[in-house]
Unconditional design. Structure first.
Length: 576
């Protein structure tokens, strides 16, 4: 049984399942090279079908995520339609002028007209593109898709598992709580979009001069640098913005869509790092109160969670540490790129089949075979050397041992926001100076942003404190570091709070990458390296060999592994 999940909103993606197992998954940004590409994911859908050698007519069902996505021109995802723009602009004016509940009600009335028209257009577009009947398409609301992706991707398949979603907004909501009853999900609580913790965090990102819906991780990275006393000065001003209404949902002092205006009037005189620290504390406090309250009220001790706010790895760390939490599954890359998976799972359960395999490795994207002839153009360039290696893993490990920085393009591309070795830049993590070197070469990250490590799973206890033995293969959880972790992985650790956001590498999931780390360990004694995504700042992670070569040539990188080939720039050292 083949089921296709589609998300055609922010960070558009396509996910294909076969007999309940995810077999192909990719985001449209990887093909268009536009970060967080929105709109209909035509190239992603086509690739998923090609990967499994099937056509649209072979699909048993199709899941379409969200009743409402930005009203864009289906032929041009960069353009909001004139009629959609006009309706949303006028309804926003009404919403802003009234109290939250009244404004939301009227906004809903105005907005529903445009949403219903746009949904009919979307359904027709999917039907025409795949050449299938609209009767094959199941539409699932935004937060139900988040919940289905979190629960069915999780190994926690029991009726005592609570399923939580938390994001900025989707189909009128920003959070939900669901329970599992006889294998199906039943929503028991929700929060309307105008009391959104995610909106507060996104507004802070914009207030600090960064890009909302993209740079929230920079606010999280900045927060630990603020002194607690200074953080408290701002926190005392903002703590009433979002509170728990009860133990299941949130309430707010203002319509949180307009948090940016509130901040301009109330906290504009405070330092940027104090603000980041205060908003991070607000996020952590409310999430901890929420999960702890649900445990106390309903007896939940196991959780599966999804939605973009759970990309906050520091808050996740605190949730894992709660005494009332026995197990918690954090959906990897749980932003809107995960909605396609939730839509596929929903479509499968809608036909009465809940035999869905928990998500394991994320190597679900395109793979390319590279021959020497494919490298002829770059091979002829001045200052470029192309070498073929019978054992490319050994050659890669040797460069890492020598302190070189290596970009690796190998195997199937990772799905999601994190590079997990196959589209990665890597180097030794025991030298803090390498952070500045990588930033000068390619990443151009803000000075306060930490990198992250890949750690051999068998060395986990040497480097992180993990008393609940939580699985951490996806870089979605932070942990306190051990003294040895602070020594071996100092360049892949947050300098201010000494936390690590690791990829714990399982040999069975990626034998070639594991082999590189084992050879590196044998020579250096260290069971981990620095691993960051292979992309220029502001661009998506590389997808194709040409993407990899283009990025290599436009950066200061000096070593690129593509398949079994090592491409080098000659005449300088990575340390210079």
């Amino acid at each position: 049984m083949y089921i296709l999940g589609i998300h055609d909103g922010h960070n558009a993606s396509a996910c294909l399942t076969k007999d309940g197992t995810v077999v192909a998954y990719v985001s449209e940004e990887r093909f268009t090279r536009i970060k967080n590409q929105r709109g209909f994911p035509a190239q992603s859908i086509s690739w998923c079908l090609q990967d499994q050698h099937i056509a649209g007519s072979d699909l048993d069902r199709i899941g379409l995520a969200a009743h409402h996505v930005p009203i864009i021109d289906l032929a041009d995802p960069t353009t909001i339609t004139s009629w959609g723009d006009r309706i949303l602009r006028e309804s926003s004016k009404v919403e802003r002028a009234l109290p939250s509940e009244w404004g939301a009600a009227l906004y809903g009335i105005f907005g529903n007209m445009s949403r219903q028209v746009h949904l009919r257009e979307r359904l027709k577009h999917v039907s025409n593109f795949l050449k299938v009947s609209e009767n094959k398409i199941d539409v699932v609301d935004h937060h139900t898709a988040h919940a289905y992706s979190a629960y069915y991707a999780s190994p926690l398949r029991a009726d005592d598992t609570a399923v939580l979603t938390l994001d900025a907004e989707g189909d009128g909501l920003c959070s939900t709580v669901s329970v599992v009853k006889d294998g199906s999900l039943k929503r028991i609580a929700s929060t309307p979009y105008f009391s959104s913790l995610g909106w507060v965090y996104g507004a802070t990102t914009q207030f600090l001069g960064m890009k909302p819906n993209e740079h929230e991780y920079k606010v999280m990275g900045l927060a630990p640098y603020a002194h607690p006393k200074d953080t408290e000065k701002v926190y005392s001003k903002i703590e009433s913005l979002i509170r728990l209404r009860d133990r299941s949902s949130f309430t707010s002092a203002i319509n949180t869509r307009y948090t940016l205006d509130w901040m301009k009037h109330h906290i504009s005189s405070y330092r940027f790092d104090w603000i980041a620290g205060a908003v991070q504390k607000l996020c952590e406090q409310r999430m901890v109160e929420w999960v702890a309250g649900l445990s106390e009220e309903f007896g939940f001790r196991k959780f599966a969670v999804g939605g973009g706010v759970f990309l906050n790895v520091k808050a996740n760390m605190l949730l894992l540490q709660l005494p009332s939490v026995d197990e918690i599954f954090f959906l990897p890359s749980c932003g809107d790129e995960s909605l396609a998976m939730g839509a596929a799972f929903f479509a499968q359960t809608a036909v009465g089949d809940a035999r869905i395999t928990p998500l394991k490795s994320l190597y679900l994207g395109p793979e390319y075979t590279v021959a020497e002839a494919d490298l002829a153009e770059i091979k002829g360039k001045s200052g470029i050397v192309v070498e073929h290696h019978a054992d490319i893993e050994d050659a890669t490990a040797d460069l890492l041992i020598k302190g070189q920085i290596v970009a690796r393009f190998s195997g199937r591309m990772e799905w999601g926001a994190r590079a997990l070795g196959n589209r990665s830049i890597m180097t030794r993590a025991d030298d803090s100076e390498v952070v500045d070197v990588i930033n000068r070469m390619i990443k151009q990250r803000d000075f306060w942003m930490p990198f992250a490590p890949t750690i051999l799973k068998e060395r986990e206890s040497d480097y992180i404190t993990n008393p609940k033995n939580a699985s951490a293969p996806y870089m979605i959880l932070a942990f306190p570091s051990t003294p040895l972790g602070q020594k071996h992985l100092r360049a892949a650790m947050h300098p201010a709070d000494k936390t690590l956001r690791p990829q714990m590498l399982d040999k069975d999931w990626n034998p070639a990458y594991h082999s590189i780390l084992r050879r590196f360990e044998k020579s250096t004694g260290s069971g981990g390296i620095l691993n960051t995504s292979f992309n220029l700042h502001g661009e998506p992670i590389v997808c194709t060999p040409s993407d990899a070569i283009s990025t290599f040539m436009r950066s200061g990188l000096e070593n690129l592994v593509v398949g079994d080939f090592l491409i080098k720039k000659t005449g300088s050292s990575s340390k210079e």
